[in-house]
Design a protein around this ligand. Structure first.
Ligand code: FAD
Length: 317
């Protein structure tokens, strides 16, 4: 079922969902199941599965290093299929511009359709580690909006090289990313919102936000989006801080601010066990306020670990 239908059917109740990342190549999928199992009691209508960009590795060949491109965490679609089958839950694969040609994206979408996947998140992806700025892949898309256009074309039977008239068209519900504290490359929050509106005008049916630690940022963002005419559901994505290093890492990677009160609480912790508890408590308060504010879904970035998300969900759902 489409994410938007789940939201409609919930009739104003806030739903619980989460995002997982595929295991590193060579690892078993069991660890993923072990972390999903405890969360299923909160009845997520959908689970997102991220896609990671390819990266360069250097292979030692008798002292000479070969530079090779590889994907460390492949398997997004396989995981989507296995989870959908195992738990009877909708899964949302993240589809990226970066690292994929338009043809590869088309084939991926065809596979999604065969597997009965009804939703996809259309994302640009970040720059590769070696790049300062995002470089579109040869034959790939530059912006997530181009990806939304391709997916909506496919929904109408418009393949890249032909139009196929069929009564078996895909009907993907497309989600896109939104940034309450603006995307790091955007010159202003307002111009970033205009770009978000373009994605919605091209057919994105819901938005999932980047993590934030101050709910005011989310509520202001939703208001600004509504003022701009963005009417689709805006799902808050949130993440509990889990280790002290997150104080530097999360602002650096995701360009988000951390409120002073949370910084002080984390800095006052003697070890990461205490930090994890502070993160849980902050996230419970955030979740309760967002739920009271009528958000359609609370979407948790689990990073593949469920103990803290379970502790939060128990207090909120
Ligand atoms: P876009 O919407 O294309 O925007 C990128 C930048 O370009 C923005 O600054 C925007 O303002 C600007 N822009 C957009 N259109 C134009 C235009 N026409 N002209 C000029 N500027 C323009 N990354 C992964 O690698 N894998 C994942 O699975 C993944 N999942 C994510 C899930 C969520 C909910 C979120 C919020 C992010 C996720 N990301 C993921 C990260 C995401 O790929 C990065 O944040 C990326 O840098 C931007 O992606 P986007 O889809 O928002 O890009």
């Amino acid at each position: 079922m489409k994410v938007t239908e789940h939201i409609k059917n919930a009739k104003g109740e806030t739903l619980f969902s989460f995002e997982i990342i595929p295991p590193v190549k060579g690892k078993s999928i069991q660890e993923l199941y072990d972390n999903i199992d405890p969360l299923m009691e909160f009845e997520p209508p959908f689970i997102d599965v991220t896609t990671s960009r390819e990266e360069y590795v250097y292979i030692d060949r008798d002292g000479l290093f070969d530079k090779r491109l590889t994907r460390m965490r492949p398997g997004t679609l396989g995981i989507c299929a296995s989870i959908k089958h195992k738990y009877d839950v909708d899964t949302v694969p993240h589809v990226l511009c970066g690292g994929f040609t338009k043809e590869e994206t088309e084939y991926l979408l065809v596979d999604c359709h065969y597997l009965g996947i009804d939703n996809v998140m259309a994302l640009r992806g970040d720059a590769m580690k070696e790049e300062q700025y995002f470089e579109p892949t040869n034959g790939g898309h530059k912006y997530a909006s181009d990806l939304v256009k391709q997916i909506q074309g496919l929904n109408r039977g418009e393949y890249l090289h032909e139009v196929i008239e069929t009564d078996n068209c895909a009907d993907f519900c497309v989600g896109v990313a939104g940034y309450p504290e603006k995307h790091m490359e955007a010159p202003s929050l307002n111009s970033d919102l205009k770009r978000l509106k373009e994605k919605v005008d091209l057919g994105a049916e819901y938005v999932v936000t980047q993590m934030f630690f101050d709910n005011k940022k989310y509520f202001d963002f939703v208001q600004a989006a509504r003022d701009m005419g963005i009417k689709v559901p805006i799902i808050p994505g949130i993440k509990p801080i889990a280790v002290k290093r997150h104080l530097q890492l999360l602002p650096q990677v995701f360009r988000v601010d951390i409120p002073e009160e949370l910084i002080e609480a984390v800095e006052g912790c003697k070890n990461n066990k205490e930090v994890r508890q502070v993160g849980i408590e902050w996230c419970i308060e955030q979740s309760k306020e967002l739920k009271a504010g009528g958000v359609p879904v609370l979407h948790y970035y689990s990073m593949g670990k469920s103990d803290n998300i379970k502790a939060i969900a128990k207090e909120v759902f």
